[in-house]
Design a protein around this ligand. Structure first.
Ligand code: ACO
Ligand code: KIV
Length: 521
């Protein structure tokens, strides 16, 4: 059976989803989960984009053990230098250099002739090869490029030493049969195509990213690119979990497999959803909450008689196993440690102890602590930085349908100083947020507020996601608690701390990204 390499770009194209802005700790957390999932390559970022991106790629390159770490770069020497500076620490580094090849992009965006683009592509692959042997080259907007030109430019960059040729359908324009045919022709008609591996990168503008990737695989792709949960620019990228499960479920058709540990899919999906704030729709294939739920009588009857009647894959395959050990307030460190191991976490003693304290606190409030609760606690502990300026000490709220909502909040600063304030608002959350604004002297405009429960039941752990803005800068914040007001307070304080860091970076001229990668035209 052929092996298809999975190139994950959750941390690069995935982070290009409007409204997503991950910090280095969050990216490291996702990177280590991607390694557990077993992706072949992870694209850690675009180092020339900002100091934040550069530092994150460098940190990931240092942390990741086996997986190839790729850094994206435009076809300009200063971007390539920056990409190498960040990715050189990886055990297996790759530089991914791209340039657009469609007439639309060459004429209107690059404002260069096809011959100029051809020369730049050759020169930049040659330049990148001075740094690293593993060079991936992408023809941006290949899906709308002239195939004869595409064949010429690909042949030329392979001659310069490109090891992987990526064929993006950048704007999700092609139909599966067209994308498959494009890959077939490139592989069979380019004389030196056997000297490079071919890769697909499909976008989901018409909802066909996964179908196109699969068509590419049937026609000879060796690598496919995608993101967890299909997040990414505009309508997103091909969802890796869907490609992997399609190959697994229809082995007889594709005769291809990936190196993924499929049992890590569910956890990876939940982690990416939590840290990016991009909720997974309930009916999403493979990882949606309803993907293995059966509602109607005839289906339930079939399932009770034989699961194969309505399930083409099992929830266990993607790691949704029923827990045999139920953790609650009477559980001790051994059971907790055992559970962490079972969930695949490898943590330092210090982190285990901190997570255990959080677990005990939660178990006091909740009858049964689920696997999802534990994963959420551990992941939150792992990314919480002790250097945050403000911490919640205490809050109190008075609210009702005939009183003016009033909040009192006490914050503790990193220096141990406490400050207390009170304020009113239109509702309890507004009152709390007004109070925090007064305390910090850093009024924030709330542009998004979302709440979801981590697990089921009335005592479920609630997670609040906020997005706030100050001037031109936007940041996200998250908070968790069994009390949704407390989760709301924590989310706002988290956003405030991130805003302080972001403003500090910008004052030091360290970051060019005022806004997250979203843009309103
Ligand atoms: C299809 C994709 O997903 S591609 C990846 C998209 N990701 C990003 O854009 C990452 C975030 N981007 C950024 O931070 C910025 O755009 C930067 C730092 C990369 C560049 O910023 P700036 O120098 O201010 O340029 P700006 O973004 O306004 O314009 C892009 C320039 O790069 C050029 N360009 C675009 N793609 C390429 C390429 N592959 N190779 C060479 N030049 C390119 C454009 O033609 C334009 O050039 P011009 O200034 O001569 O007109
Ligand atoms: C940079 C390339 C691979 C890309 O993201 C695209 O074309 O969509």
């Amino acid at each position: 059976m052929r092996e298809i390499q999975i190139f994950d770009t959750t941390l690069r194209d995935g982070e290009q989803s409007p409204g997503v802005n991950l910090n280095t700790n969050e990216k490291l957390e996702i990177a280590s989960q991607l390694e557990r999932l077993g992706v072949h390559v992870m694209e850690a970022g675009f180092p020339a984009a900002s100091v934040g991106d550069f530092e994150a790629v460098k940190a990931i390159a240092n942390a990741v053990k086996n997986t190839t770490v790729a850094a994206l770069s435009r076809s300009v020497t200063k971007d390539i230098d920056r990409a190498w500076e960040a990715v050189k620490y990886a055990v297996n580094p790759r530089i991914h250099v791209f340039i657009a090849t469609s007439s639309i992009h060459m004429q209107h965006k690059l404002q260069k002739s096809p011959e100029q683009v051809l020369e730049i592509a050759k020169e930049m692959v040659r330049y990148t090869k001075k740094y690293v042997s593993d060079v991936q080259w992408s023809a941006e907007d290949a899906g709308r490029s002239d195939i004869e030109y595409l064949k010429r430019i690909i042949e030329a960059v392979i001659n310069e030493g490109a090891t992987v040729i990526n064929v993006p359908d950048t704007v999700g324009y092609l139909m599966p049969e067209e994308y498959g045919e494009l890959i077939r022709r490139l592989k069979t008609e380019i004389p030196n195509s056997h000297k490079a591996r071919f890769s697909g990168h499909c976008h989901n503008d018409l909802g066909l990213a996964v179908a196109n990737s699969l068509a590419g695989i049937r026609n000879g792709l060796d690598q496919v690119e995608g993101t967890i949960n299909g997040i990414g620019e505009r309508a997103g990228n091909a969802a890796i979990e869907e490609i992997a499960m399609a190959l697994h479920t229809r082995k007889e058709l594709y005769q291809a497999k990936t190196t993924l540990d499929l049992s890590q899919i569910s956890r990876t999906s939940q982690l990416v959803s939590r840290l990016t704030g991009m909720m997974v729709p309930r009916n999403k294939a493979v990882v949606g909450a309803n993907a293995f739920a059966h509602e109607s009588g005839i289906h339930q009857d079939g399932m009770l008689k034989d699961k194969s009647t309505y399930e083409i894959m099992t929830p266990e395959t993607i790691g949704l196993k029923k827990s045999s050990l139920v953790l609650g307030k009477h559980s001790g460190r051994h059971a907790f440690r055992d559970k962490l191991q079972d969930l695949g976490f490898v943590l330092s003693e210090d982190l285990i102890n901190k997570a255990f304290e959080q677990f005990k606190e939660l178990a006091d409030k909740k009858k049964e602590v689920t696997d999802a609760d534990i994963s959420a606690i551990v992941e939150e502990e792992a990314i919480t930085s002790p250097q945050e300026k403000y911490h919640l000490d205490y809050f109190q709220i008075s609210s009702g349908n005939s009183t003016i909502p009033t909040a009192t909040v006490r914050l503790r600063t990193e220096a141990g100083v406490t400050q207390e304030e009170a304020a009113c608002g239109d509702g309890p959350i507004n009152a709390i947020y007004n109070t925090i604004d007064r305390l910090s002297g850093e009024p924030l405009a709330l542009t998004d507020y979302r709440i979801r429960s981590v697990s089921g039941g009335t005592d479920a752990l609630g997670e609040v996601f906020v997005r706030v803005q100050q001037g031109e800068i936007s940041v996200n914040g998250r908070g968790m608690s069994t009390d949704i007001l407390e989760a709301s307070v924590k989310a706002y304080i988290n956003a405030l701390n991130r805003m302080i860091v972001k403003k500090g970076e910008m004052d030091n001229g360290n970051d060019s990204s005022r806004e997250d990668s979203s843009c309103t035209l």
